[in-house]
Write a protein that binds this ligand. Structure first.
Ligand code: FES
Length: 180
């Protein structure tokens, strides 16, 4: 049986050139009070941004723990963006500071799993920043396109995208592979 990228992070390194033209799947966690309102403002204002995005509304960015991020990637997201109120504006005082800590910890874990840093981002918005929301989403989609499909995406028949890869899999925990 072919290994998963968790078993072999080397297999997570893909060739985006072979995937030109694909449309990434993006999950955006948006806090109810600022960033979701900003996204709504963009919609109401008819500001265009790529339709690749699926918004998940949470009451505060501090609610987004690392498990949410991993679940999104496991479910086939090519990129995940966590968004919340600007520091000092969180409606629960320090939820966005908690979010920032969670994001930093999650970045390190994603790195160990072979997920490129371009796939994961934290952004702050106010409810009035519809135009900026649209712009950030456009940039994020372009960044994710450049790194290609997530190695955790599954094909139509349920196989991992990397399933054609590698006989010489080994766990980095025991073989001391260089972790990128
Ligand atoms: S309520 Fe928006 S980040 Fe906490």
């Amino acid at each position: 049986m072919n290994p998963t990228p968790i078993e072999n992070p080397e297999s997570a390194i893909r060739n985006p050139q072979s995937e030109i033209g694909y449309e990434p799947r993006i999950v955006v966690f948006a806090c109810n009070w600022c960033s979701y309102a900003g996204a709504d403002f963009a919609g109401v204002g008819r500001m265009q941004y790529p339709p690749n995005v699926r918004l998940i509304r949470v009451m505060c960015s501090g609610r987004v723990n690392p498990g949410f991020i991993f679940k999104a990637f496991e479910a086939g997201a090519d990129g995940v963006l966590v968004s919340g109120c600007h520091p000092g504006d969180c409606h629960y005082a320090f939820g966005n500071l908690r979010a920032r800590e969670n994001v930093e910890m999650t970045k390190q874990l994603l790195h160990l799993l072979g997920i490129e840093p371009e796939r994961f981002r934290l952004e702050w918005f106010t409810a009035a920043e519809g135009a900026r929301f649209a712009q950030v989403i456009k940039e994020f989609v372009e960044d994710v396109k450049k790194v290609g499909k997530s190695p955790y995406r599954t094909t139509a028949d349920g196989q991992r995208m990397d399933s054609e890869l590698t006989d010489d899999a080994h766990c980095p925990c025991v073989n001391s592979l260089p972790i990128r």
